[in-house]
Design a protein around this ligand. Structure first.
Ligand code: COI
Length: 357
């Protein structure tokens, strides 16, 4: 079907779905791109209104070499997941949150954002069109990647005159190569991810390019990823390259407060509410790097990483170990299980977070 023209959602019956599941080794999914059948695209011209958009076969897009995104990085992305329930139906997790976060980010990046309803409908269309790529229950999820980019041509530094909203999807398993085993982090004291007044608090593409160097160096030394400190005092925890961070001490779970340099994770926000509902005390505040020394547990949260227990953190040459049953702390385990069973439809969704397709 490659090369086929734009097809509307109403033509969903034309999707070439030959079997219930795509031909894939579902036992060995990692977090790498598996190309699926269709993607959604919509455009927005100088009037600031997005066209209706629709599904097209997944494939390369045409881009003007002078586009705002290629030259000046005017782009945002989102990430969310769809899970297959045992009855075959599909659950999305909090898609409206992603739609609203894209609007906040777009404002910061001087871009128009698709309306919430269009965003959520587009996500649903993308998942339904690629239904055979949603992994069987327990084997992973379909990771959905909405993108908003300045596709119009510019030369001088200015907002692009045209924007493209794209959604593609890929089946995924665990993010870190450790799987569900605890990850090893190193506190970064040379590079910073974000500065006050910058764009650390929005999901702009540039935030992710800027962490590649520190991540590369850490991986060469055998660490899973980097834990960033604030750029001003170099003392307070910020986040990991791809996820937020939580520190557990007794019944208190602390996480850095959102103050412009930290990405407001939807999993972060969900874990805070799950933890409160389980009777934990949750504190959003400045968390000093010194608190890592006497923490009981540390874990990371993100759409891609879900809840990842941290096994060790190395800071100024000193390695702090966190050990629990099989290396996974009891609190991290409890929160992971609570969140994922809700996301997969295996526990009652008393929060009203899931959207059934
Ligand atoms: C996500 O967790 O969805 C993200 O956007 C992080 C990305 C680096 C995979």
């Amino acid at each position: 079907a490659r090369g086929m023209g734009r097809c509307e959602a109403s033509l969903a019956s034309n999707y070439t779905q030959t079997s219930e599941f795509a031909d894939l080794d579902w036992e060995n999914l990692g977090f790498g791109l598996v190309q699926t059948d269709y993607m959604y695209t919509a455009k927005c011209g100088p009037d600031g209104n997005f066209d209706k958009g629709g599904m097209v076969p997944f494939g390369p897009i045409e881009m003007n070499p002078a586009s705002g995104v290629l030259n000046y990085g005017q782009g945002l992305f989102e990430g969310l997941k769809a899970y297959r329930k045992t009855d075959g139906s599909i659950l999305l997790f909090r898609p409206m949150e992603n739609a609203m976060r894209m609007q906040t980010g777009a404002e910061r990046m001087c871009m128009p954002a698709p309306p919430v309803e269009q965003f959520v409908n587009a996500v649903k269309q993308t998942v339904l069109a690629n239904k055979r790529w949603v992994p069987p229950t327990g084997k992973g999820s379909l990771y959905i990647r909405p993108l908003l980019v300045g596709s119009g041509a510019v030369l001088g530094l200015a907002p692009a005159p045209e924007y493209t909203f794209i959604i593609f999807a890929s089946p995924v398993g665990n993010y870190f190569k450790e799987g569900l085993a605890p990850i090893n982090l190193i506190v970064e004291d040379k590079f910073h991810r974000a500065t006050p007044g910058g764009t650390g608090g929005v999901k702009t593409i540039g935030n992710y390019a800027s962490v590649l160097m520190a991540q590369k160096i850490a991986k060469e030394k055998g660490y899973s990823d980097v834990l960033y400190l604030d750029a001003v005092e170099k003392k307070y925890l910020e986040e990991v390259s791809s996820c937020n961070i939580f520190v557990v001490k007794g019944n208190v779970i602390s996480t850095p407060a959102i103050k412009g340099t930290i990405l407001p994770g939807i999993t972060r926000k969900s874990i805070i509410d799950v933890a409160l509902s389980k009777g934990f005390q949750v504190e959003e505040r400045l968390v000093s790097v010194d608190e890592l020394l006497d923490a009981d547990e540390v874990f990371c949260t993100g759409t891609a990483v879900v809840v990842s227990p941290v096994g060790s953190i190395t800071y100024q040459g000193k390695r702090i170990e966190y050990s629990g049953k099989q290396g996974v702390g009891a609190v991290s385990q409890q929160l992971y299980t609570s969140l994922t069973s809700l996301q997969m439809g295996q526990a009652e969704d008393s929060m009203g977070w899931t959207v059934q397709l």
